[in-house]
Design a protein around this ligand. Sequence first.
Ligand code: NAD
Length: 485
Amino acid sequence: MQDSTQILNEQFIDNLWVPSKSKTRRPVLDPYREAHIAEVTGGAPADVDAAVAAARRALPAWQATPEPRRGEYLEAIAAGLETRHQALAELSSRNNGKPLAESYQDLDDAIACYRYYAEAAVALGERQGTVEETGQPDLEARHYWEPVGVVGLITPWNFPLVSSAWKLAPALAAGCTVVFKPSEVTPLPERMLTEIVTEAGLPPGVFNLLQGDGEGIGAPMSHHPGIDKLSFTGSNPVGEAVMRAAAQGVRPVSLELGGKSPILVTDDADLTLARDLVIAGICYNAGQMCSATSRLLVHERLADDLYAAIDAAMAALRLGDPLAAETDMGPLVSTTQRERVRDYVALAEEEGLGSETPALALPEHGFFVPPRLYREVPTTSRLWQEEIFGPVLCARRVADDDEAIALANDSDFGLAATVVAGDPDRAEAIARRLEAGNVWCNSDQIAPPQGSWGGMKRSGIGRELGEAGLDAYLELKRITRPLRA
Ligand code: NAD
C-alpha cells in the first residue's frame, strides 16, 4: 500500500509538528484490506504538558478575539473541509471501514456544524452585556458569557470528523483554547483536519492535537490541572474514569457515552417504513453507533411480518469494500471490535436465542460480522441489556404501547429512541414517555447542528449541538452596578 510507512509520531502544538516524547507506536489499520496503513504514537504525559502549556499561553488573546472574528476562523475550517471533500471521505472510509456515502454524510454534517457555530459566535457577541432585572431601583445587571478556559476534547473512532466538529466548533466559538485527542484507532481523518485548521490561520496554541492512546494521552489529559474542562465521547467505563479524574479540582465534564436504544413499532405502523428504519438503525456504520436502535419492540400483530422483512433486508445487504459505490455495509473498525461482537453472537448461541437471518457470504477479507436479528430475546439476557456496537438486533413482541414503553425504559441507558406509528400524534405521545435525549418519530436519525445531542441516565451528562452545545463551553458572569446616569 502506498502509504504503509506513514508514521504519525508527531504532536501538533503551538502550530508546529513536534516529535512525541513517547517511544510506543500503535498500528493504524484499513479494516477492509486488513492492512497496516500507518503507525501512530502512543503519546506521552510530557506531550500533554506541552500542549496544555501552549493552550494556556494562547487563551488570553483568543478569549479577547472578537466573537465575529472567531466565527471567521470557523467558516475557514468549513471551507477547508469542502476543498478536501473527496480526500477526507476516502480517508475516513479507509481508516474506519464505513461506506463512502456515509463518510460523505459525516463530512457534510461536520461542515454544517462549523458553519452553524460560525454564526453562533456572531450571535454570542451580540448578546454580551445583556441587561437583566435586579429588582432594585438603583442597580442594573449585565450578563456576559466567558469561555470556560482550556478544554480537553477526547473522541472515539466511530464518527471521525463529526464527533470532533461537535466539540471543536463550539469550543472555539466560545473562546476556549483546545487540546484535542482523537481516537488512536482512526487518527488519519483528524490528521488531515489539522492541516485544514493550520490553513485557516488560527493563532498558535489555540488548537493543539495530541495523537495517542488512553494511557499515553487520554488519562494524563483527564488528570491535568491545566485543563479547565473535559468533553469526552466514548465508552462508559472510560467516561467514568474521566469523571473521577475531573473531580480533582472540581473541573466540569460533558460526557457522551453509550446506549442501548429502543425502536418501537406500533400496530398501525407502515411495515416498509418500519423495516427501513430498523435496518438503518442497526446497520448504518455496521451498527457502531452510540444511538443504534438495537432493541426492537414490535406490536404482536406485526411482529412475524416485520421479522421476516428484516431478515430479508439483512440478507440483501451488500457487504464489501467501503470505497465501492455498491457497498451497503463495511467491516467493523478493528479485530477488537469484531471479537467483541462475535462474543455476543457466541453468547446468543449458548443462550439458545432464535435467529432466522439467512447467513450472508462474507468478503474474503475484512473484519466483517454479518447482520443478525434475534427474536424474543429475554430481558435478562446480556444481549438485551448491554451495548454490543455491531449489527446485532434483539427483538421482542409486545401486546400494547404501555408494555413497549415500559420495556423501552427498562434500561440503564437513555440516549435515543425511534417510534414508528401510523399516527404521528400517537408516535409523539409515546416519545414523550420515553427516557431518551433524542426520539425520532417515523424519521431517520438526523442530528442537525441546530438540534441537540446527549443522553439521559448513564448515556451521559450535558448536551452537544445547538445553543446548549455552545453553553457547554461558556461560563455566565453577572455584573451588578449602579444604574448609569
Ligand atoms: P473508548 O471509551 O474506548 O475510547 C474513547 C476515547 O477515549 C479514545 O480516544 C480513547 O483513546 C480514549 N481513552 C481511552 N482510555 C482513556 C482514559 N483512561 N482516559 C481518557 N481517555 C481515554 O470508546 P471507543 O471504543 O473509541 O468508542 C465506542 C464508545 O463510544 C461506545 O460505547 C459508544 O456508545 C460511545 N459513543 C458515544 C457517543 C455519544 O454521542 N453518546 C458517540 C459516539 C460513541
